[in-house]
Design a protein around this ligand. Structure first.
Ligand code: M6R
Length: 609
């Protein structure tokens, strides 16, 4: 989604804005722009296309001002174009605005401003309305005009605003879209995400929903929705700057795939006491709580939803509580069975996915206790939950989620194991066995990564398929869904995942000579059934690539290629089986010449509905 950066200080703003925006490129965008105070005016430059286009257009222009705002736009209202790009201004260009989110009542506001107040508009965007609205209320005090404007605005937004007559100020607002403030020496920043500012400062203020910020070069004031000043502790970012860099890898995605042994090990070890007891410090779900809870909802989007499907299996197996898994965008409108006996688990890498956040709020409103599994510390989902289990994947930059998924799986296993042992529905012996095996996972993942060439080779011969089918049984269905999503989002191949037993109920009609079928056969008790399903598609001409556990070689007689994963308990195979699927998607995308880290039409964190 859109990226926001603002700078106020003594340095050349253009350089800092463009550098900050370049670190938000992973969020996905189709145009970029800046507004900088220059020679007594607000100089606005904005163009369709990559940041490089903007850089090229301004390289010979003298824009040396030291205060400005910058934006990368992911189109929602109006096509990607120079005109629709941000920043947007009022008619006389003395107010400029950048915006992430959607103003839901913008048509009503636009009509009011046009018909009753005589304003005229240039773009199709909702954002331009904000600039005009602030202009309408502006009487020499930007902060006051912003307060009056946001009172009329409905929807989700983070905005940054500058006014020509107050060149020593930036005003920013956060409502349901992420916004942080970076604190420097004689300089301050705003941004939609931490990586944009890491090069300049690690001291941040996390802005809360409904808050308005007034920045000058040597001060930051935060106000609540009623205009009362708020105290805020500094949030110190502990990541290395390098963790948000490619460090020699060709793409963030492959770097992040290779970071999985470390992420899994950190997620596990942060919560293991004496190497074997899961310590859910701060998450006080007691035996009594668990006995009271009569159902669990796991709600998430995309890859996080797929992690939730595996989590359901683990919780039902170990803790014997019924679990409903739902996609956040549907949950909200379903009138779900949530009450004070419900535990609601939200899973989100970014912690800023709007649908997940809205679902969480809905569940909270209905009385549920909220536990979230989140990667980004201090994100909205984390802050609005009763309890948080942080995954320790480190920053995930590539749009295609990889290390977030495997660390989310580990988190879900640990939550399930803890519930099982606390409730007494899981034996100590089995609990210990699973913990010991989880500890082996980093090494087993590494083992698969070391054999990457088999998958790379497969991708080099299979990258031209028009469609690909993933199939499996039991937990392999959940992993098939994730493998299919990974492939489609970065290769643009029409891929599809199905429970193998469902094939004969319709989908087998699509199998013809040469169709690529990726068959997951990692579940011992379903292995023979999978062999039969593989034979069925082979008989219709499919080319079958199977994923199986080492030692289960019978499958070589039916499949064309077999990729082996190290042996493990059936319930833990998702952590391993997904690795070759991630590698396959990556190498196919590279072979097709796609922009792996920034696939078309997609954004890293979906902060609009
Ligand atoms: O940040 P979140 O985990 O809430 O994001 C959820 C999905 O948008 C995300 O997993 C998406 O499906 C990825 N592009 C998948 O690779």
């Amino acid at each position: 989604m859109c990226g926001i950066v603002g700078y106020i200080g003594d340095k050349k703003a253009t350089d800092i804005l463009i550098d900050g925006l370049s670190r938000l490129e992973y969020r996905g965008y189709d145009s970029a722009g800046i507004a900088v105070f220059n020679d007594g005016d607000i100089c606005v430059e904005k163009y369709k296309g990559r940041l490089a286009v903007l850089e090229e257009k301004i390289k010979d222009k003298d824009i040396s001002g030291t205060v400005g705002i910058g934006h990368t736009r992911w189109a929602t209202h109006g096509e990607p174009s120079d005109t629709n790009a941000h920043p947007h201004t009022n008619y006389s260009q003395n107010i400029a605005v950048i915006h992430n989110g959607i103003i839901e009542n913008y048509i009503k506001l636009k009509e009011w401003l046009m018909k009753e107040k005589g304003h005229s508009f240039k773009s199709e965007t909702d954002t331009e309305v904000i600039a005009h609205l602030i202009d309408y209320y502006y009487e020499g005090d930007l902060l006051d005009a912003v307060y009056k404007a946001i009172d009329k605005m409905e929807g989700a937004y983070a905005i940054g605003v500058v006014a020509k007559d107050e060149p020593d100020k930036i005003v920013a607002v956060r409502k349901d879209s992420p916004l942080i403030v970076g604190i420097g020496e004689d300089e301050n920043f705003i941004a939609s995400d931490i990586p944009a500012l890491l090069k300049y400062t690690r001291d941040m203020y996390l802005i809360e929903n409904g808050e308005v910020v007034l920045l000058t070069k040597d001060d930051v004031k935060i106000f609540n929705e009623f205009g009362q000043e708020q105290k805020r502790d500094i949030f110190k970012v502990t990541w290395d700057v390098e963790s948000a860099e490619k460090e020699g890898y060709e793409h963030f995605m492959i770097k992040e795939i290779y970071e999985q042994p470390k992420g899994v090990s950190q997620t596990l070890n942060r919560r293991l006491e004496d190497d074997k007891i899961i310590n859910l410090d701060g998450i006080k779900i007691t035996k009594e709580d668990l006995e009271r809870i009569d159902k669990i909802y796991i709600v998430a989007c995309g890859t996080a939803y797929h992690a939730g499907l595996v989590g359901k299996n683990a919780i039902e197996k170990y803790a014997k509580v019924p679990v409903i898994v739902d996609v956040a965008s549907e949950f909200r409108y379903r009138d779900p069975f949530v009450d004070d006996k419900t535990l609601f688990i939200a899973i989100s890498q970014s912690g800023e996915t709007l649908d997940t956040l809205a679902a969480l709020r809905e569940a909270k409103r209905k009385g549920a206790r909220i536990l979230s599994v989140v990667n980004v510390v201090g994100s909205s989902v984390a802050r609005e939950s009763d309890d948080v289990f942080y995954t320790w994947a480190g920053p995930e930059i590539a749009v295609a989620s990889t290390k977030a998924y495997t660390t989310q799986l580990v988190a879900m296993y640990m939550i399930a194991l803890n519930m099982g042992i606390t409730k007494g529905t899981l034996s100590t012996e089995r609990y210990n066995e699973i913990i010991e095996e989880l500890k082996n996972m980093p090494e087993k993942i590494q083992n698969i990564l070391d054999k990457y060439e088999t998958t790379q080779h497969l991708a080099s011969s299979q990258f031209n398929n028009e469609s690909v089918f993933f199939m499996g049984r039991g937990l392999d269905v959940e992993v098939s869904l994730e493998g299919s999503l990974k492939l489609k989002e970065i290769s643009y191949i029409n891929s599809f995942a199905i429970a193998a037993g469902e094939l004969k109920h319709g989908t087998i009609a699509l199998i013809e000579k040469g169709t690529l079928v990726i068959a997951l056969a990692t579940q011992d008790k379903l292995y023979d059934k999978m062999l039969s399903n593989i034979k069925e598609v082979k008989a219709r001409g499919a080319y079958v690539v199977a994923i199986a556990k080492e030692g289960n070689t019978e499958i070589e007689k039916s499949a064309d290629t077999v990729i082996y994963i190290p042996d493990t308990f059936d319930e833990l195979t998702p952590i391993l089986a997904v690795i070759p699927l991630q590698l396959f998607a990556y190498y196919v995308s590279v072979a097709r010449g796609n922009d792996v880290d920034k696939p078309r039409n997609l954004a890293k964190s979906v902060t609009v509905e």
